[in-house]
Design a protein around this ligand. Sequence first.
Ligand SMILES: Nc1nc2c(c(=O)[nH]1)N[C@H]1C(S)=C(S)[C@@H](COP(=O)(O)OP(=O)(O)OC[C@H]3O[C@@H](n4cnc5c(=O)[nH]c(N)nc54)[C@H](O)[C@@H]3O)O[C@H]1N2
Ligand SMILES: Nc1nc2c(c(=O)[nH]1)N[C@H]1C(S)=C(S)[C@@H](COP(=O)(O)OP(=O)(O)OC[C@H]3O[C@@H](n4cnc5c(=O)[nH]c(N)nc54)[C@H](O)[C@@H]3O)O[C@H]1N2
Ligand code: SF4
Ligand SMILES: [Mo]
Length: 726
Amino acid sequence: MLFGRKHKNPIKIADKGVVEWKYTTCGYCSTGCSIEVGLNKTGDAVASRGVGSAPVNQGKLCLKGIFEHELFKSAGRGSAPLLRDKRHDPFKAVSWDQSLDKVASEIKRIQDKYGPDSFAIVSTGQIMTEEFYTLGKLSRGVIGTNNYDGNTTLCMSSAVSGYKRSFGSDGPPGCYDDFDDTECLLAIGSNLPEQHPIIYWRLQQAMEKRKFPLIVVDPRVTMLAQQADIHLPITPGTDLVLLNSLAHVILDEGLEDKAFIDSRTSDYESFARLVEQYDPITSSRICGIDEDTIRNVARTYARAGAAMTIWTMGINQSTHGSDGVVGINNLNLITGNIGKPGGTSLSITGQCNAMGTREWSSCSGLPGYRALENEQDRKDIANYWGIDEEFFPKKRGLFQTDIFPAIETGQVKGLWLIATNPMTSMTNTPRIRKNLEALEFLVVQDAYADVETNEYSHAYLPAAVWAEKEGCFTNTERRVNLIRNVIAPHADSKPDLWIFNQMAKRFDQGKKIKFPETAEGVFQELRELSKGRMLDYSGMSYEKIEAQGGIQWPCTEGDETGSPRLYTDGKFQHADGKAKLIPLPFVDNNERPDEDYPFWLNSGRVVEHFHTRTRTGKIGNLNKFSPTPYMEMNPDAASELGIEHGSYARLTSRRGDAVVMVQLTQRVPPNMVFVPFHYHDCVNRLTLGLLDPHSRQPAFKQCGVHIEPAADQKAASVRNKAARTY
Ligand SMILES: Nc1nc2c(c(=O)[nH]1)N[C@H]1C(S)=C(S)[C@@H](COP(=O)(O)OP(=O)(O)OC[C@H]3O[C@@H](n4cnc5c(=O)[nH]c(N)nc54)[C@H](O)[C@@H]3O)O[C@H]1N2
Ligand SMILES: Nc1nc2c(c(=O)[nH]1)N[C@H]1C(S)=C(S)[C@@H](COP(=O)(O)OP(=O)(O)OC[C@H]3O[C@@H](n4cnc5c(=O)[nH]c(N)nc54)[C@H](O)[C@@H]3O)O[C@H]1N2
Ligand code: SF4
Ligand SMILES: [Mo]
């Protein structure tokens, strides 16, 4: 029986005077919920509701989605372009022509003086796919800088790198429907109920219909861990050891899928030799999970008819993030769990369009999963755009996390930030502040003028937000969904697409290349460029996407619907058509707690806030849940230090300090604290962020801190001063 769902009893919603509902897609997390925004008779957005027929959310929304229409009128929005000669001077409001001319001339000045790569561009996972593609065309085809990347290096780059190493291409192979078929779910470093509430609802629904084991690996007792049949409170940063050990037990006990290994994978021998070293006894001493539990989990997973693993930042944000992803893929390959219903490696993505940037932004290469390193790919795109192929570099440039250090060394002199707020979201923000202050020119393009990073800029370009514009997002399960333009952009803010197009016109090469004016015009280029490729969009159109509540790629020309899974034919994207089993030795290089800094500092998110709170901090119904920076701390550890619930404490690391309010909870072990990263001048003043060697993603979640009581509550409130307005 389905709890409470036997009889449908729709909730009555207060009449807000809606005269028209417009289709769109949520702009927060990567779940990809279809939303309708209600407009009243004066054209104001007054309500949001889930789309009942949408396959992802089936009428549901989480609390962020329910209040999303309030974004349009939220505080701190940018109303006009702003310029100033010196950072920290007052800004002057200027016209779009003045601001775009200034930015274009600074880009040219810096590139002429210091070389093309001295001007860097860092974007996001939160603008539309058509905007990503256009920005890629502008950066790679017109401006010609190779130091172009996105904040997805903080988020998904380990997943991208791991998929490429194992399967020969990026692209999450599974889907949410897999919950309905799986016989065992392993969730590693992913807290669905708070970070992907509607994916969690899908999982709950599947578990209510048919019980299957849920195994959660997380150092905290998260909301998901509370639902688990087995919870593995792993020692931070050691998931790879656990994964190697699970493989060890499976091979040792002959539980592997030999036919799958033989026909679908390569390099089994070297992989098997490596995991031999990871017996459960040795491994338990490193990863903190006892040997019996390791054996039990390995057997449960391998014996399930279909088993799947999901993961998010607990894996990706680590010095072995990419190896962790490959370790998950290894586990699924040896048990034959790729490309079948309920058997998959599904990276739960983060931002609403983290996938769109991977597919189309050209950050790591060229559009449509093409590589700069591949001659044919360079030729194809150069021909399509109508430029000389020699204009493209033959190798990708710096990752986002290497661009900031390149400012220190003088390689990078100018920076354009688009929809990202590194002064709050990057590790070791005292260092980022110095980097930004060393730039000759910084331009910030954001929907909010009060975004902290804008304090350091010379130019600010006000962007339209979410459904003030039109275009597509791709969600975690490769579903391309549509954001219809619901309302006009706030004041004189403009869609990012318009800004990129206007910028292109200010460069000689930009005048030669076609830049379609509308998002749908750009979408036609995506259809053409993806035809016959893995991420085929050619069967899609805006109308079809809206009618179906999103379409999963590949959707080839003539197809009516998309494809729920990849690799169902057992053919992978490596040259030999096989998936690679890769041996992964564990290197322990994290900062660990010691005598001076005795606590693990863990960080992440809570359900009511999104990232650096430029949006959710302004929406009363969300912000009031947690307006103050705080940490979760274990009551035993707190009482030893004389720290009380609701008091303040100062955290100190080798990088900096932060004052937070204390929330005592058994969710964290005595040697760890957890701080949501949503607050400015807070957890990222402390984080170290060593980088993964393959993906260059920072280890946001592992470093050592010292804790002491802080009497001075005022200091805390000054430090976390309210957002400024310009
Ligand atoms: N409400 C809300 N939802 C969001 C977002 C948001 O800001 N707010 N952001 C979106 C984005 S961009 C992303 S990337 C996702 C992130 O989604 P999640 O990754 O689910 O969220 P986090 O809280 O960052 O981290 C998840 C868990 O990793 C655990 N962890 C820490 N260290 C380790 C470790 O060494 N091993 C393991 N196994 N686990 C560890 C933490 O204890 C935490 O519970 O959420 C998306 N959804
Ligand atoms: N300690 C710690 N730090 C972390 C993490 C962690 O777990 N722990 N997680 C990391 C992860 S996974 C991520 S994804 C990053 C996120 O880090 P950021 O990308 O820096 O965070 P956001 O606050 O989402 O910044 C997005 C900006 O885009 C603006 N914006 C929104 N929509 C639009 C639009 O349509 N156009 C334009 N131009 N601007 C728009 C918003 O106002 C906001 O300022 O943080 C990372 N930082
Ligand atoms: S689950 Fe994610 S996509 Fe769905 S309404 Fe909530 S924030 Fe939006
Ligand atoms: Mo993210």
